[in-house]
Design a protein around this ligand. Structure first.
Ligand SMILES: [Zn+2]
Length: 717
């Protein structure tokens, strides 16, 4: 199982493509009425889809379909090339159709294109096309990749990527009615409402209907045990296999709490049901009105406490207010802000601060000038969302943008504006500009500059504190603290929180407006000033300075020019394990031997990920004198935080600043046996936010973050 993907619980945004400018022969797809018969033993489906299409209108994205069918009196659909078309009709009239160049259009999932000739008499009208097709869709359960579509007795998994129904090549927003016949004992589930369930001999018919627009249809069927409950008129279901049945209660209970939370926060839940559906494949997908979770994920405690809530929140953000595919993606950051981040706020202010600090730290550690991008400019495809740099912007920065917006307009106005977005933009593709307009209307403020600097531009400011000094006591008593704040170009307009701590133990909070590269400030106090802290609670999205970021695995792994250094001395099976784990640490990172790095002195100033102990890795040997007293190497053992470890299964990852270049970090990872290295080595990247992790046979038994060095954004008087 790929934990990286699982923890991400990626929302399956099957990018809806906007309607095209009206042009002759350019259609949009309005609705599906599908009859589907599934034969599980032969892996076959037989389907008839009555497609409602109409002339496209409106503005927006120039989808592929405009290219495919403009002006030709034809409409082009994608449909799995393994499915054979039996007939295409409009009323009783058979229409001409052809498969387009197979080699050119087929992809791994078996996509293929069908071009249908629309009779001139029907051109420019709403038309019902009756498309009948059949074929086998099968990929075995143990296939290496998650299939796009497979039909078998254990499981029916028809994802939109499997092109099991006809769609416009650029996507569409359409209604779905799907009547599926399966053998008795199976349960069918998809988005929408269950209209009918009827036994017909040895078969069962399920009719699901979604009468609101959706960008896709994802249908699964299995021998599920269905548990049903109701909250505030909303049906809540779990579709679990018998083995996982005991988890049902906690999932249903948590769903009720999330629905209550978001209905109060944002407005009425947009659907009539929410279902948690177990998947035999390791996914964490969120679709309108349901989530599809892999069996192993279902059992992880954080799923029900965090990720499930995130998926429920997507029903407001992403599944009913849609993103605009040509204008970035706001829905991941907003779901993160109202879910993952909000749950920390509910614990306490410290947890929320820690979450914000982590966002800034991840961004500072992973993003470079080259990999940075603006929120408006993000497009699906290209770099995957699991990439840490991408996530640090798409989820992290975006959540911070909403946080700063809340600080700027005030929490009440913020909540009101979010409710307005939900009310005004439901079932519509929504861009950042729509957000700006609604927030401007609700707050009565000009927010153009805010969206420009945070959404339409990439990057983040880097703040510095200079020349902080105390003046006084003045004649009538009282003191002044004078200081200067500076930032790099381009200049950001910021509201910078500062805290002045005085001798009487009081903390005085101020919010300073900053809108130039260097600005002087003077704060007064009655009692003698003792310390000044700039943005101590990480309220401003910004690059952290070196002293603000203790060395962590993520910091080292994220640094430009980072080298992975494997050992050349000692046990060959140990060396083999170190080499084997290297590609998993960071893709395409240069991997070098200790001899090469120590010979070429300039390498020693890079960020280094050194594998092995001082006996077999020369780089680690060279670092011995810089190690803190808490870590000591001995023969076949080591002492860490006062405890001696000599068991073969033990391994440790330990970070420090590079003594030859303080801007970079070093991580030393070593294990006491090849098995220990292999078991812990493949998990290291899951512990990115820690400065050290101690493993026993691959299980972490101690981990933590070192305290920061001197904070460059503070002054003590
Ligand atoms: Zn999400």
């Amino acid at each position: 199982m790929n934990l990286g993907v699982m923890t991400a619980l990626l929302l399956l945004v099957l990018v809806p493509l906007s309607t095209c400018p009206q042009a002759e022969g350019v259609y949009e797809l309005l609705g599906h009425d599908i009859s589907l018969e599934l034969d599980l033993d032969s892996h076959d489906l037989r389907a008839t889809d009555v497609l409602s299409i109409g002339p496209a209108e409106g503005d927006g994205g120039q989808g592929k379909r405009a290219v495919e069918n403009a002006g030709k009196g034809t409409v082009v659909f994608s449909l799995n090339s393994r499915l054979r078309i039996d007939s295409v009709k409009a009323g009783h009239k058979e229409l001409e159709w052809r498969r387009l160049d197979y080699a050119k259009h087929a992809n791994r999932e078996g996509g293929g294109l069908v071009e249908i000739q629309i009779p001139p008499s029907l051109n420019g009208q709403e038309v019902s096309l009756r498309l009948s097709y059949h074929g086998e869709l099968y990929e075995p359960l143990d296939s290496a990749e998650i299939p796009a579509a497979t039909i078998m007795p254990e499981f029916v998994y028809l994802s939109p990527m499997g092109h099991w129904y006809a769609d416009l090549p650029g996507g569409s927003l359409a209604t779905f009615k799907v009547a599926t016949t399966v053998p008795s004992g199976y349960e069918v589930v998809m988005h929408g409402r269950l209209r009918e369930k009827k036994e017909e001999g040895k078969k069962t018919l399920f009719v699901w209907e979604a009468d609101y627009p959706s960008d896709s249809c994802f249908l699964v069927a299995a021998r599920y045990v269905v548990t049903h409950d109701v909250y505030d008129g909303i049906d809540i279901y779990t579709y679990f296999f018998p083995e996982e049945q005991e988890l049902s209660e906690s999932y249903i209970g948590a769903t009720k709490r999330y629905l209550k939370m978001y209905e109060e926060m944002l407005g009425p839940y947009p659907f009539s049901k929410f279902a948690i559906v177990e998947n035999l494949f390791p996914t964490g997908y969120g679709m309108p009105s349901y989530t599809l979770l892999g069996r192993d994920a279902l059992k992880l405690p954080f799923i029900v406490h965090i990720s499930l809530g995130h998926e429920v929140a997507h029903n407001w953000w992403g599944n009913s207010v849609f993103i605009h595919p040509d204008h970035g993606n706001w829905c991941e950051g907003l779901a993160t802000y109202v879910a993952d981040y909000h749950y920390k706020e509910l614990i306490n202010a410290g947890s929320a601060m820690e979450y914000r600090r982590n966002i800034l730290r991840t961004y500072s550690n992973h993003i470079t000038e080259e990999t940075d991008f603006s929120l408006e400019g993000f497009t699906e495809g290209g770099v995957p969302r699991t990439d840490k740099a991408v996530r640090s912007v798409l989820y992290g920065k975006c959540a911070m943008v909403f946080h700063m917006l809340k600080t700027l307009v005030g929490p009440e106005t913020f909540t009101k504006a979010l409710k307005n977005v939900y009310k005004d933009r439901q079932w519509k593709q929504t861009s950042w500009t729509d957000f700006r307009e609604i927030f401007e209307q609700t707050s009565g403020r000009d927010l153009d500059w805010f969206f420009k600097q945070w959404v339409f531009e990439k990057g983040a400011p880097r703040l510095e504190l200079r020349g902080a000094a105390v003046e006084g006591p003045e004649k009538g008593g009282g003191y002044k603290v004078n200081f200067e704040l500076s930032q790099d170009a381009p200049v950001y307009r910021l509201l910078v929180p500062v805290v002045l701590v005085t001798e009487d133990g009081k903390r005085h909070g101020h919010k300073l407006v900053m809108n130039s590269q260097r600005q002087s400030y003077s704060l007064s106090s009655e009692s003698r000033p003792r310390a000044l802290y700039v943005d101590p609670e990480f309220e401003v999205f910004r690059h952290l300075l070196p002293g603000e970021t203790p060395p962590t695995l993520d910091k080292v792994l994220g640094e430009e020019g980072m080298l992975i250094v494997y050992p050349t001395e000692g046990d060959s099976s140990l060396i083999r394990e170190y080499k084997a784990m290297s590609p998993g640490l960071k893709q395409h990172a240069p991997v070098k031997s200790d001899v090469e790095v120590t010979t070429n002195k300039r390498y020693l100033t890079h960020a280094l990920f050194a594998l092995g102990g001082p006996d077999n890795n020369l780089v680690v040997k060279g670092l011995l004198q810089f190690l803190p007293p808490s870590l000591k190497f001995e023969k076949d053992s080591f002492v860490f935080k006062g405890t001696k470890y000599d068991k073969e299964g033990m391994a440790l990852a330990f970070c420090l600043s590079n003594p030859r270049n303080k801007d970079h970090g070093v991580c030393i990872f070593f294990g006491l046996s090849p098995e220990a290295v292999s078991a812990a080595g493949h998990k290291l990247t899951h512990y990115g936010k820690y400065s050290y992790v101690l493993f026993d046979n691959g299980t972490s038994v101690d981990k933590g973050v070192f305290p920061e060095g001197k904070n460059p954004l503070s002054a003590v008087f």
